[in-house]
Design a protein around this ligand. Structure first.
Ligand SMILES: Cc1cc2nc3c(=O)[nH]c(=O)nc-3n(C[C@H](O)[C@H](O)[C@H](O)COP(=O)(O)O)c2cc1C
Ligand code: SF4
Length: 436
């Protein structure tokens, strides 16, 4: 599409040595920090609020509003405030955050420092997925350089302000991307989610006020301080301002991470940025926001734009973390879904029965369906199990496992019944009466 494609997150990607302090500083790194440390913390939060930036971890919650939930000093007493950067990134189909850190670690460090100053935190932790040792090593090297240059730690840039940033490697569990599980893991406990409220902004790490933000979210912040909220709002759509990183994978010619303004037509992301499908293939389905969101049909793909509102209005799905998974006509959707459920059954933390038992049931039914060993009654059971997980669990993982199943059964029923050797029944109801 012939629209400007400003580079906010990727502006230093591709420069030789972009991960080093020298190259990053030559191209503007830490100038926003210098400016931010002269601003009142509340003024920074206001810029982020005015920009309309929405969290890029999946839920799209307005970032400035979340920062505003930290209780003021008179209410929180002597409790410290923490900033946590969520770099767990274990959602199948999502691989943008590791690119952010790999290509521009100083943008993340700068984003963390500015965010910490805005919310009153003196300590920030960057929690990385266990498999990201190589990413952590690069980030640690960048942190060491920044610390040596007086940009991190005590008396930053001679201002008298102290903010430290530490990295922490998890043990490789998907559930540790869920913010309350992440905090438990960071504290040294089991990575298991807790019921909310209390929300981390009020009672988070070590029961102190804590803001958890995604890597991409924090990496936007230096640009916001440099260019202002209005410049950000001029990009994207009214309700989904700015640019977003899309992790594109599957049956496309050019898989990779693309930065595009929100509101970009989905079909153009597929055909232009991703290079389209391979010769002779046709589109079967797309999962637009990482493996946890409902699947989309080709007709829906043709009508939707890449933003929080359109995907929901057109297809009842979500932008999520922007993991764009493309499946062409060769794809066995039953086998693909069975593979996905293998992941969820393995990753359930096991606290809630509907999730612990339901993910295992869904996986085993799908395995039997894929092998041609299940009946149409099994499909009804699969539907009922999925419908009775959503909204009945401690955390959103349960819904994340159920939504792909519910949407595949709703939008591609013939694939499933065909595997059971029967036509889709005339009275097939994708949602059971008892479901939420
Ligand atoms: C099962 C599950 C896994 C999640 N994994 C991640 C993750 O890897 N990275 C992330 O930023 N958010 C993840 N989230 C969302 C976080 O709980 C949280 O909302 C997010 O880090 C907030 O950051 P944001 O406001 O910048 O989006 C996950 C949520 C759930 C339920
Ligand atoms: S929904 Fe699943 S992952 Fe989340 S707390 Fe319950 S059992 Fe654990």
């Amino acid at each position: 599409m012939d629209v400007p494609k400003p580079r906010i997150l990727t502006r230093r990607w591709g420069l030789e040595g972009s991960h080093t302090l020298a190259v990053a500083r030559k191209h503007g790194a830490y100038e926003s920090l210098r400016k931010a440390l002269t601003m009142e913390p509340s003024a920074i939060t206001q810029v982020v609020k005015d920009s309309g930036l929405r969290g890029r971890g999946g839920a799209g919650f307005p970032t400035g509003v979340k920062w505003g939930f930290v209780p003021p000093p008179e209410k929180r007493g002597d409790k410290p405030v923490y900033l946590i950067c969520n770099a767990d990134e274990s959602e199948p189909g999502t691989f943008k955050d590791r690119y952010c850190i790999w290509n521009d670690p100083h943008a993340l460090i700068e984003g963390c420092l500015i965010a910490a100053w805005a919310i009153g935190a003196k300590t920030a932790y960057i929690y990385l997925r266990g498999e990201f040792k190589f990413v952590k090593d690069r980030l640690d090297a960048a942190l060491a350089e920044a610390r040596e240059a007086g940009l991190v730690g005590r008396n930053i840039l001679g201002t008298g302000i102290d903010i430290d940033v530490w990295t922490h490697l998890g043990a490789g569990a998907y559930i540790c991307g869920e913010e309350t599980a992440l905090l438990s893991s960071l504290e040294g406990g089991r990575g298991q989610p807790k019921l909310k409220p209390p929300f981390p902004a009020v009672e988070g790490a070590w029961r102190c006020p804590t803001i958890v933000n995604n890597v991409e979210t924090l990496q936007v912040v230096p640009w916001l301080i440099e260019h202002g909220a209005a410049a950000y709002r001029a990009i994207g759509t009214e309700k989904s301002p700015g640019t977003k990183l899309f992790s594109c994978s599957g049956h496309i010619r050019r898989p990779g991470v693309y930065e595009l303004p929100l509101g970009y037509p989905m079909i153009e992301l597929l055909n232009d940025e991703c290079g389209g499908l391979h010769d002779g293939r046709t589109l079967k389905a797309v999962i637009p926001g990482g493996s946890s969101v409902p699947v989309m049909t080709p007709d829906e793909v043709a009508r939707a734009t890449m933003d929080y509102e359109s995907i929901n209005e057109v297809a009842g799905s979500y932008l999520g973390s922007g993991g764009f998974i493309v499946m062409d006509d060769r794809t066995d959707l039953v086998a693909a879904l069975a593979n996905l459920l293998r992941f969820y059954a393995h990753e359930s933390c096991g606290q809630c029965s509907p999730c612990r038992e339901g993910t295992g049931w869904m996986h085993s039914i799908l395995q039997r369906l894929a092998a041609g060993e299940a009946t149409e009654f099994d499909i009804a059971t699969l539907r009922d199990v999925a419908n009775n997980i959503h909204s009945r669990t401690i955390c959103f993982f349960g819904a994340s496992a159920a939504m792909p199943v519910q949407s595949f059964l709703k939008k591609f029923p013939e694939e499933f019944f065909g595997r059971a050797g029967v036509d889709v029944p005339d009275d097939w109801q994708p949602r059971a009466a008892s479901a939420k």
